[in-house]
Write a protein that binds this ligand. Sequence first.
Ligand code: BG6
Length: 488
Amino acid sequence: MGFPKNFLWGGAVAANQCEGAYLEDGKGLSVPDMLLGGDVNTPRTFLPKTDEIAFYPSHEAIDFYHRYKEDIALFAEMGFTVFRLSINWGRIYPNGDDEEPNEEGLAFYDAVFDECEKHGIEPLVTLCHYEIPWNIVTKYGGFSNREVIDLFVKYARTCFERYKDKVKYWLTFNEINIPCMHAGGIGPLYGLGIMEEEDIQSDHHIPLTELKYNLQRTFEGLHNEFVASALAVKLGHEINPDFMIGNMIAHETTYPLTPNPKDVLACMNVDDLHNNFCGDVQVRGEYPSFMWRYFKENGIDTSFITEEDKKILKEGTVDMYTFSYYMTNCVTVDEKAEKIGGNMSMGAKNPYLKASDWGWQIDPDGLRYTLNVLHGRYPHTPLMVVENGFGAFDVVEEDGSIHDEYRINYFRPHIEAMREAIEDGVPLIGYTTWGPIDLVSAGTGQYAKRYGFIYVDRHDDGTGDFSRSKKDSFDWYKKVIASNGEDL
Ligand code: BG6
């Protein structure tokens, strides 16, 4: 059987990680513009007052803002039929609460979508990929404030109306479940624009891992975001009934470290909170039962979940379930078990898996498993893998070539796993690899953590001329797409 004929093949980026031009043509500051880079051992830091001397990677990123034509042409050369990108909210509403949208920002995305159309590429657009306008953080308290629901819906309306004939595939919030993933302030800041006042007012660098965290505010904020997302889905369908609007979950598949039933139950709880909770709300339109227990046991007052909101959630369920998949982790009650993981999540080390240089455990079989589990959970919903990829250090040879067979070796079995899942009966409709072109890492703020098939000459010390070149994986992915996933 293999991949269906009209399977969507492509790659995914986020505005803040590729565009740069952070204040150009009327754009306002957004959360990533306030963050400095780190590395695998050093968390990114928040530096409140943008400092002229410090190096903020998102400010120039890879300069996609000025080079999108060249980049989209390279994607087209690889045969992309879909390109996932985000609209930077702060380009459209620079402060998040402006009366009128910024025409220059709107025109930029018109030009990008026109370029995609020229090459026969379908855009898949995320409305908010960790890009909440900074003014919404400081003035409103991010999504913990219900007023932000209306601000987001207004922004969504502007985008839907403007691009209704250019964009069919939409996602509301990137990795909406990130705030549930760890007891640290990164998730609430990235996902919800929530930062405690004391941190906002600070005048020194704060490692993101040390940001203050308030459970009640986090879950209230997440609820408001669910409502905003559901209202946007409903509105989108009114504006164009052909829209396919999805959620987006960071799926961090978990296994019990041992067959000890205590590990199995602990794993179930982590899986429910991290992965299933947000998906259930967005696909089924209601809070899953296990969350009521969680709220009770964690002393969370749930009066913010009103009857009216419950109705909105029911009416705004998504048309497709999309997710990122990079790795799997184990769960155990044994506190002494060795830990491993990235900058945004940690788990117990799986003795059967190898990991990337950033500690992300490589598990292609886990992708087949995940796809089947998701199909079992949401049997009537099409699925799309909208992020998957391998962050690695690349070496440029003297002749300019880049031999990244490690990247090909990561992708090959993951694509095989998707093919197997399709044979299993999973309705998988598309695949966008993360970072088809090198970009700024969200977790570490590094350029050195490269994902691309296309190399960008830009480095963590701010050097480089932004020129693009093809890695070995470029021709390999081109061949994969040309053969519809047969020739790996
Ligand atoms: C996902 C995000 O979490 O993973 C992306 O949606 C991010 O924005 C990607 O870039 C890879 O993570 P990192 O930390 O390696 O950039």
